[in-house]
Design a protein around this ligand. Sequence first.
Ligand SMILES: Nc1ncnc2c1ncn2[C@@H]1O[C@H](COP(=O)(O)OP(=O)(O)OP(=O)(O)O)[C@@H](O)[C@H]1O
Ligand SMILES: [Mg+2]
Length: 214
Amino acid sequence: MKIITVNVNKGGTGKSTVSYTLAKWLTIVQNKKVLLIDGDRSCNLSYSFSNVGTSSILDIFNGKEPVEIYNVGENLDFIKGSEQLEDNELDLKSKQNNCMLLFMWIADNFQKVQEYDYVIIDTHNDTSLVTSNFLAVADIVLGVSEPSRNGFRAWLELEETLNYLKSQLVDVVSRKTYVTATPYLIANKVDHIGSSSKQFLEMVELQRNYLGMI
Ligand SMILES: Nc1ncnc2c1ncn2[C@@H]1O[C@H](COP(=O)(O)OP(=O)(O)OP(=O)(O)O)[C@@H](O)[C@H]1O
Ligand SMILES: [Mg+2]
């Protein structure tokens, strides 16, 4: 089981589109079993699926068991988003383990989660404590960026955020980090003629973990 978190601190770059399309491709074309999680309080992914119940990602952060996982397609399960999934709303700042709540839920439910080939998590465009929970559990972080200076800056910031979490979220005795994700950059919304796309590609192609462009 691999966990892929899709994030970058810039709106509208294509995070939800990549999360959804990747989940569909893995299930339909590659015949893999996928758990898709809407970790964005905007809940854009959640609007893609009707006929789901009231349980949401909020239950994981609030420690409310059992968290219901909904089937939304062949080989595709879903944990719904919530508009209340926000640091202040959850009072995360007052909790000592505020970046590790999802990590702990996965540890508690490892047998169930292990049945999936992939867990894909869509996130909000921020570096909040909520989003840190999604970065902390990841094996891979897909930084979906777009041709703009801010898009490129957001990718650099994502690498920094991940390195910061790696340095902070450690076992207190061994100092071994819990955070093991590798970040990869996807250049999305690249057009064929625009000069900003050309400049952007020149920059991203130099990045060590550049995966490719759409
Ligand atoms: N490769 C692409 N080509 C054309 N349009 C795209 C592409 N990727 C995304 N879009 C469009 O761009 C818009 C923003 O995409 P999306 O909602 O996936 O971004 P997001 O990063 O999840 O945004 P937000 O930060 O609001 O959550 C959508 O209308 C989507 O259909
Ligand atoms: Mg989105």
